[in-house]
Design a protein around this ligand. Structure first.
Ligand code: GLC
Length: 574
């Protein structure tokens, strides 16, 4: 692999390495943790998590060491898409609690220096939102143009070929007024018309409502969807469509997502966030890297962090991951701060994607890459993707489109706290089942085991917190050979060498001396070990090695071989 040069060149352009620590925005130094409120902690015994539950678990975030939590939607909602269908943006759904509970949560979080981010869902509302109820009531209603209404095609069918992400046409006919409305997701989630200034102003006020309360920012739902083609042109057919893809991918979403005008809308959102000090705007965007980075904005006036989901789909191969990191680093605009995500409520759990043993290696990767990491609740205890019986499917996507196997419920199951009934999540049957191994796989049990996934996460977050090199040092790929990925994070004289075995075969890594001391290892057992001359890596093992100050980075020229053969010492740097 000869990617080193590009990574170094890019890192030279980045700003935060050279900034005094106090001037670096908090979110560039932070580890973010996503809470899926329905599944975090129930306190009222209805089997669904709530705000008081999150309050009761605040000490957990401090123990784990995360700096900010992002809550999936807690606003009033009929819950057709579990809160991503909002019927009142400035109220809390009774299922989760009351506004007073939210205020208590925010205050208590801030007291322990934990930042709180909300999930802002501006693309669509619920069909039960009063705005939509008005909008659909008559063609002349002042709110008619708040949504996207079109006449039927001449044959009475939908106005064009646009498809819903959740299956079928994206147009729903409304008998009362004889027109169709557009919904990118469920028909109960009509899309707002972001070309209407009244919608824009009203949504800006919604943001201010929460920002005034003191929330530290937003993760913005499907931000790249906000603007649709003004002429409502048909989307072209996708020539590369294969039957295993979701049906909406039969078309290329040329006229429904990632339109040039969306960037003006996002600049507008950013302006609101910037009216308040130190707030953060994150965008949910599923696009190829070259398109994704446009969402920083050419002058960094759009989202601070366009979520980088590239690891969610990556094949777990050292070379592929090295290339991906390098392409991302190279694509970032000047001063654009990177970020990495391993899991979320829409994608299968990391433990299911790559196996439990590799999920530990992935944890090291996530927490040692350059850029803000976002953790998904439960990944720190290795929660599995739980198989959901047909009668327990709750996810509308699972019901409508993809069927049993790929529905999202399996990644949204309750947090497992202890070995008490329902894993300490609730007093009664939870809304989704636990993992099979919940009596052993729970926070309380794993805490007691130094070698557990939970303790690995804790040590990794701590190592990152203590190390300026890990938080904001430059990234240098050393090599990606076979299953081994090797890179350095460096800031001044502090250098961390990260060695990850992405395979299940032990390897011997031999080099001119990468002298150092093991700071973190996957099992915890090698921490403190002095490293000299050669490194043996067990199956699925990863190490963070703090390099001795005298090590010359340019001298690290690795050679790898299977551990069955004797190690070779490279003599090219005597
Ligand atoms: C986002 C959310 C997802 C939701 C969809 C529609 O992708 O993450 O859960 O179903 O938007 O709101």
């Amino acid at each position: 692999m000869h990617l080193r040069q590009r990574s170094e060149t890019h890192s030279e352009r980045t700003r935060s390495e050279h900034m005094p620590v106090e001037q670096i925005p908090w979110w560039q130094r932070a580890t973010i943790y996503q809470v899926y409120p329905r599944s975090f902690q129930d306190t009222d015994g209805d089997g669904v998590g709530d705000l008081r539950g999150i309050i009761s678990r605040l000490p957990y975030f401090a123990e784990l060491g995360v700096d900010a939590i992002w809550l999936s939607p807690i606003f009033r909602s009929p819950m057709k898409d579990f809160g991503y269908d909002v019927s009142n943006y400035v109220d809390i759904d009774p299922l989760f609690g009351m506004m007073g509970d939210f205020d208590t949560l925010l205050e208590a979080a801030h007291k322990q220096s934990l930042r709180l981010l909300l999930d802002f869902v501006p693309n669509h509302t619920s069909d039960q939102h009063p705005w939509f109820v008005e909008s659909r009531s008559s063609r002349r209603n002042p709110k008619r143009d708040w949504y996207l209404w079109r006449d039927p095609a001449p044959d009475g069918g939908p106005p064009n070929n646009w498809l819903s992400e959740f299956g079928g046409s994206a147009w729903q006919f409304d008998n009362a007024t004889g027109q169709y409305y557009y919904h990118a997701f469920l028909s109960s989630q009509p899309d707002l018309n972001w070309r209407n200034p009244k919608v824009v102003n009203t949504m800006h006020e919604v943001m201010r409502f929460w920002l005034r309360k003191g929330v530290n920012g937003f993760r913005v739902d499907v931000i790249w969807h906000l603007i649709k083609d003004a002429q409502f042109r048909d989307n072209p057919v996708n020539p590369d469509y294969t039957a295993d893809q979701p049906p909406n991918q039969k078309l290329v979403p040329l006229y429904t997502t990632d339109l040039p005008e969306v960037h003006d809308v996002i600049r507008g959102l950013r302006k609101i966030v910037d009216e308040f000090p130190e707030r953060l705007l994150i965008g949910e965007i599923y696009l190829p890297l070259d398109r994704l980075v446009a969402y920083y904005g050419s002058d960094l006036r759009e989202t601070h962090l366009p979520f980088n989901f590239s690891l969610l789909k990556a094949r777990w191969h050292a070379r592929e991951i090295a290339t991906l990191i390098d392409s991302y680093e190279a694509a970032l605009p000047d001063g654009g701060w990177p970020n990495w995500v391993l899991g979320n409520h829409d994608r299968p759990r990391i433990a299911a994607r790559i196996g439990l043993a590799q999920a530990r290696v992935a944890a090291i990767l996530l927490l040692t890459l350059r850029g803000t990491p976002t953790l998904y609740y439960g990944d720190e205890i290795g929660l599995a993707q739980v198989p959901i019986q047909p009668d327990r499917i709750r996810d509308p996507l699972g019901k409508n489109v993809i069927g049993l196997k790929l529905g999202r419920d399996g990644a949204r199951t309750p947090m497992q706290w202890n070995a008490e009934p329902h894993a300490g999540f609730s007093q009664s049957e939870p809304w989704l089942p636990l993992t099979e191994d919940w009596t052993a796989r729970n926070v309380e049990t794993l805490k007691k085991d130094d070698t557990s996934m939970y303790n690995l996460y804790r040590r990794l977050i701590e190592a990152r917190r203590r190390s300026e090199a890990l938080k904001r040092g430059s990234y240098h790929l050393i090599s990606a050979e076979g299953d081994v990925l090797l890179y350095v994070r460096a800031l001044g004289s502090e250098r961390m060498l990260i060695i990850l075995n992405l395979g299940a075969t032990p390897v011997a890594f031999v080099s001119t001396p990468p002298k150092g001391i093991v700071l973190v290892s996957t099992s915890g057992e090698r921490e403190g070990e002095l490293i000299d001359l050669n490194v043996q890596l067990g199956a699925n093992e990863g190490l963070i090695i703090k390099l001795a100050p005298e090590v010359d980075l340019s001298s690290i020229e690795p050679g790898f071989q299977n551990s069955m053969s004797p190690p070779v010492i490279h003599a090219n740097n005597p």
